[in-house]
Design a protein around this ligand. Structure first.
Ligand code: WT7
Length: 636
């Protein structure tokens, strides 16, 4: 059996057994047969979830870009590697072959070197979805610099926090970015961010929108002329297996984002292997993931996973609604997309639109449909299955996280029978466990609990940048010897998993992972605000939306409240980004608190959900009266 490419359910079960009984043999074989190494490992795995420390392929040497680019040149030099589809459908798509990608990545690598970037240095990439973003990411990997991509929808404050946390000294950006019919002035956002980042000595600016920008002499340089002059040859830096490859920030339960650190060898092996199987990619397929490279989905399943398999991967600059709601389907027809991977929030938004936006296009090329980012509701699942897949393209509901680096629980299409809203079975090597409130594993089926993973997999994040203790505390302290995901899950009669959602203070809005604490911190910075608490509540399209309970220092009139609502949302957009804006802001005289001063979010959540028939035990509250007052204001 070729365990690199699983083709039926029996093969899956057999490979799964092997992957959990002999994980080292299993992953050692996959790594050895399917990748190119400068030096083989001394040991496949060493680990201790208490320290915590995980090392895969220790002693091995490699460069991930040689695996993603160079090794394909003998057979796939002219094959399209990156297929860039611009925001404006009238602008032609760009087919960037493996040979061209090689040249462009090397040029960018030489430009970075020319600015003094060395192995281990952190490079902040704040670019829109244009080819330069892909070149920049891979160029860092080429020379062993650690990339930290910041989603170009984040605000100046969020950007500066991330630049400073990893002490990046160089930032790559663009003049602007296209979003539908709008231009976002990216360079101006960088300029504001950098007023708080004195260590940044160089900003490389790609030209995309042509809007007027200010260039700071001695700091800012136009990227294009440097690229033009640079050599298209750059020898890849030989990396140790456990050298960091990148940092990617994710929100947590405190205001400070967590810089998840991923390392070279394990990440490469796992992102590639999951890509091959979960999308059943075949040589001439065209694969499209609609995510932004600013998220882990884009890292693993637009760039590294597909390129490691020599795939053709689409990079889409625009939005699903521009020029109209048929854009995704137009692109599927135009490029004859075979695998399509998107988020439930996009599916729900498009399902609301006129069916003609779908019916106009030929979607017969589709073979696999994927979803990721949040639980998919049954209605959206069936719409995706019927209307987009015409019931012939299996849906892979892929559960994973920034921290896991790759897909953890998912059907393998054409192997695993799918079931609406179920992520189904663990991928090879993944050992899930459901835990009860007392920290014991819940055995058997038809059970529900907190989702943990019992054994390391190759692409588990190795640390939080600069704060290993926080890494231990966040993921390895709740359940000794287990990685805790922060999610709840159930297991059905046949062992299929269904992810029920976060059990911590993270709320997923339109597929974006938002911690309540940083949003509350932002609100509390308003001079008139005393305190605030954020909860999620169900929203038709976004999955969840944010409900904010805010207490003011002084009572405010209706009119003042309207202004305050606007100011609070502006503050949030400024500190975090527009994605974190509140749907509802309710001013309340106080928040329900326990005697130890903890806000009882459970009650606030129930009120926001309009589920007040059973508010549970409120006797431990310091101020039980407040609950009725809040209910009256909210009107439930
Ligand atoms: C959280 C991780 C990993 C890519 C995008 C999000 C939720 C993710 C699913 C799914 C139900 C899902 C979880 C997880 N999530 N995929 N298929 N079904 N929930 O990455 O921003 O790190 O968020 O997204 O709650 O913990 P992320």
């Amino acid at each position: 059996m070729n365990t690199y490419h699983i083709k039926n359910l029996e093969e899956y079960f057999q490979a799964y057994r092997e992957s959990v009984t002999e994980p080292e043999t299993f992953w050692g074989t996959i790594a050895e047969k399917n990748f190119s190494w400068h030096k083989k490992w001394n040991r496949v795995l060493s680990w201790d979830f208490n320290t915590p420390e995980v090392k895969w392929f220790e002693g091995a040497q490699l460069n991930i870009t040689e695996n993603c680019i160079d090794r394909h040149l003998s057979e796939r030099a002219d094959k399209t590697a990156l297929l860039f589809e611009p925001n404006d459908p009238k602008e032609p798509a760009q087919h960037i072959s493996y040979q061209q990608l090689h040249g462009q990545v090397n040029k960018m690598a030489n430009v970075l070197k020319g600015q003094g970037v060395k192995k281990g240095d952190r490079v902040c990439i704040y670019l829109p979805m244009i080819p330069e973003l892909a070149f920049a990411v891979l160029a860092c990997a080429r020379i062993g610099a650690i990339h930290s991509v910041v989603f170009a929808g984040f605000s100046a404050t969020a950007l500066s926090t991330r630049i400073n946390d990893c002490d990046a000294t160089i930032v790559l950006t663009a003049d602007g970015s296209f979003r539908g019919n709008k231009i976002i002035d990216l360079k101006a956002i960088v300029d504001v961010a950098l007023t708080h980042c004195s260590q940044v000595s160089c900003v490389l600016v790609a030209e995309r929108t042509g809007n007027a920008i200010a260039m700071v002499p001695g700091r800012d340089l136009a990227m294009a002329p440097l690229l033009q002059k640079a050599s298209s040859e750059c020898v890849a830096t030989v990396m140790e297996a456990e050298d960091p490859l990148f940092i990617l920030y994710t929100s947590g339960s405190t205001g400070k984002p967590k810089g998840m650190v991923h390392s070279c060898a394990g990440y490469m092996v796992y992102s590639a292997h999951t890509f091959k199987n979960i999308f059943q990619y075949e040589e001439d397929d065209v694969y499209w993931c609609t995510a932004d490279i600013g998220w882990i989905t884009g890292h693993s399943y637009i760039l590294y996973g597909p390129l490691a398999n020599g795939a053709t991967t689409i990079m889409f600059e625009g939005v699903p609604s521009y020029p109209d709601f048929g854009r995704f389907w137009e692109i599927v027809e135009k490029h004859k997309v075979n695998q399509f991977y998107t988020a439930p929030t996009a599916i729900r938004a498009l399902a609301k639109e006129n069916i003609e936006f779908v019916e106009k296009y030929d979607l017969s090329s589709l073979k696999v449909l994927g979803t990721v980012g949040e639980p998919i509701n049954e209605e959206a699942w069936h719409w995706y299955d019927n209307v987009i897949g015409k019931k012939k393209s299996p849906i892979v509901d892929t559960w994973w996280q920034t921290e896991t680096g790759g897909i953890m629980i998912s059907p393998i299409p054409y192997c695993t029978p799918t079931k609406p809203t179920f992520a189904t079975l663990p991928f090879l090597g993944i050992q899930p466990a459901l835990m009860d409130e007392n920290g014991n594993e819940i055995e058997g089926n038809q059970v529900e609990g907190r989702l943990c993973i019992k054994h390391p997999w190759p692409s588990i994040a190795r640390s939080i940048w600069g704060d290993h203790e926080r890494y231990r505390q966040t993921y390895f302290s709740a359940y000794p010897n287990h990685y805790f995901t922060g999610d709840g899950a159930s297991r059905d009669a046949v062992g299929y998993y269904r992810i029920t959602g976060r059990v911590d203070d993270v709320i997923i809005v339109s597929g974006h992972n938002l911690g309540t604490a940083p949003i509350e911190d932002a609100i509390n910075e308003h001079s008139k605000v005393a305190e605030s608490a954020i909860v999620g509540f169900p929203h038709d399209i976004k999955g969840n939306a944010l409900f904010g309970y805010v207490t003011l220092k002084k009572e405010a009139s209706e009119k003042e409240q309207t202004i305050l609502r606007k100011e609070i949302n502006e503050l949030i957009a400024d500190k975090i980004g527009p994605i974190a804006k509140l749907e509802i802001i309710t001013f309340v005289p106080g928040l329900p608190k326990t005697r130890s001063g903890k806000i009882m979010r459970r009650i606030l959540r129930k009120i926001a959900h309009k589920e007040v028939s059973n508010l549970g035990d409120t006797s431990t509250l310091l101020n039980p009266d407040i609950v009725n007052q809040i209910r009256e204001i909210v009107g439930v």
